[in-house]
Design a protein around this ligand. Structure first.
Ligand code: C2O
Ligand code: CU
Length: 461
């Protein structure tokens, strides 16, 4: 089973936490895939893109015939995609129109601590905050989400999530699919009650409805050519193993921190909560009229259809996938080594806690002192026998150098900010801390686990 249902007080209002409350039946493939709108700056003066974002509670039709209460960035679910450019700053003024504290975190970004939106650095109801993102980092498919401690899981679940794409010349100069053929796909799970409202229960790893760009089981009419999809797993707990129907291959070209050094063909894509994967799918081999399903494979091997691609037309395709996508700098010699142990209570006790190095998160404590400029190897172990985890560090994009004692596969050969650490696994990663000093957190990105304490603070000085 693995899925434990732990009822907790819901900070965001009424909830029916009964798992028996059956959701309305959903007929799949009735809704076209919504393309997530691109956010429009209120000003671009001085080469700075400024955005004003009100976080508000609103309703939206997700299931036909029901208006679902959501927490949103500016009324949109998912939040609008912010398109940023390397070295061109983005400044966001975020107002909290909710009755709970919120914090805006740009996942995967190199930002100063005061704009990191860490768990304790929250915006009170009716207050606002300015976040400055210098974008002094190469192209990457990042995402933003809420991070208010103990509320992050539910806030993100109820809608506070969006994509943030940084582009640069390296990426622009490649002949990859562009424009309408470069599409963000956010995948997540959800559980609805009979009234079409989201049910939040901490620890729920068996949410029954899969949402793609905020709607259940959409179809997407595609041309018989190559598309680039920027997949993001925005679930707070679920890990996805994705494949295409009929065993077709996809070409993974990117991960959390931008393009991989080289493309690789894969039949299956494993993407844990918070991770991203850029893939190219080539529909040119399919006759017009074909239907191709994106499927999610459960641990017992059964597959569920997530969305459907309908090949409806031909189109010219000037795009191609070069055999070299980028060159990553060689890793510097590591100057420090650290071991990290992730573990949570899995003995069925009523209020399980989760630990980083046997300690529950305490923001008053510094857990790792990192010298500014250091390049460190962190050896991260999942000490649980059942519970999966993943490991996310703020501020840095790291390299995975070993998984269980061997070099990682091609999917983990690029820059990463979140990495799967399955039960009993050990992952060795290297990160260089030469951008900002200050305190930043690292945590499991199964957001219920970080809320239960599996989070710690590093101080870079
Ligand atoms: Cu995506 Cu600390 O988070
Ligand atoms: Cu975890």
């Amino acid at each position: 089973t693995g899925a434990s249902l732990i009822p907790v007080f819901s900070a965001n209002g009424s909830d029916d936490t009964s798992a028996q409350n059956t959701p309305p039946p959903i007929v799949p493939f009735q809704t076209p895939l919504p393309l997530i709108p691109v956010a429009q700056p209120v000003s671009t003066a001085g080469g700075i893109d400024r955005y004003d974002i009100n976080v508000i509670s609103t309703t939206k039709q997700i299931l036909p015939g029901f208006n679902t209460q959501l927490l949103t960035y500016g009324g949109q679910f998912p939040g609008a995609t912010i398109k940023a450019r390397e070295n061109r700053p983005v400044i966001i003024r975020q107002r909290n129109g909710l009755s709970v504290p919120i914090a805006r975190h740009l996942h995967g970004a190199s930002v100063a601590p005061e704009s990191d939106g860490g768990p304790m650095d929250t915006i009170a109801p009716n207050a606002e905050r300015i976040y400055t993102y210098p974008n002094r980092q190469p192209h990457a498919s990042l995402w933003y989400h809420d991070h208010a401690h103990h509320l992050e899981s539910e806030n993100v679940y109820r809608g506070l999530q969006g994509s943030y794409l940084i582009s640069d010349d390296i990426e622009d100069d490649l002949p990859l699919p562009k424009g309408a053929y470069d599409v963000v796909i956010q995948l997540r799970d959800a559980r609805f009650d009979a009234a079409g409202q989201l049910v939040y229960t901490m620890g729920d790893r068996a949410r029954t409805t899969l949402l793609t760009n905020g709607v259940p089981y959409p179809y997407f009419q595609v041309a018989a050519r190559k598309y680039r999809f920027r997949l993001a797993n925005t679930s707070n707990m679920r890990f996805f193993t994705l494949r295409l129907s009929g065993g077709a291959g996809m070409v993974q070209i990117g991960s959390d921190g931008g393009l991989l050094p080289a493309p690789h063909v894969t039949q299956s894509l494993f993407i844990t909560s918070g991770e991203r994967a850029d893939v190219v799918i080539d529909f040119s081999g399919y006759p017009i009229g074909s239907q191709v399903f994106l499927e999610s494979v459960a641990s017992n091997g059964s597959a569920e259809q997530v969305m459907r691609f309908d090949v409806t037309r031909t189109a010219a395709d000037p795009s191609s996938i070069p055999s070299v996508l980028r060159t990553l700098p060689p890793l510097p010699t590591a100057t420090a080594h650290r071991t990290i142990v992730m573990r949570m209570d899995e003995d069925g006790r009523p209020s399980p806690q989760a630990y980083m190095d046997d300690k529950v998160y305490d923001h008053h404590r510094v857990d790792a002192h990192v010298r500014f400029g250091a390049s460190e190897i962190w050896t991260v172990t999942n000490a649980n026998t059942l519970a999966p985890h993943n490991f996310h560090m703020h501020l840095v994009q790291f390299r995975v150098i070993e998984r269980n004692g061997v070099a990682p596969g091609p999917a983990e050969s690029g820059l990463k900010d979140t990495v799967a650490v399955m039960p009993g696994e050990t992952v060795k990663l290297q990160a260089t801390f030469d951008t900002y000093a200050g305190e930043f957190v690292y945590h499991c990105h199964m957001l219920d686990h970080s809320a239960m304490g599996m989070m710690a603070t590093m101080k870079i000085a």
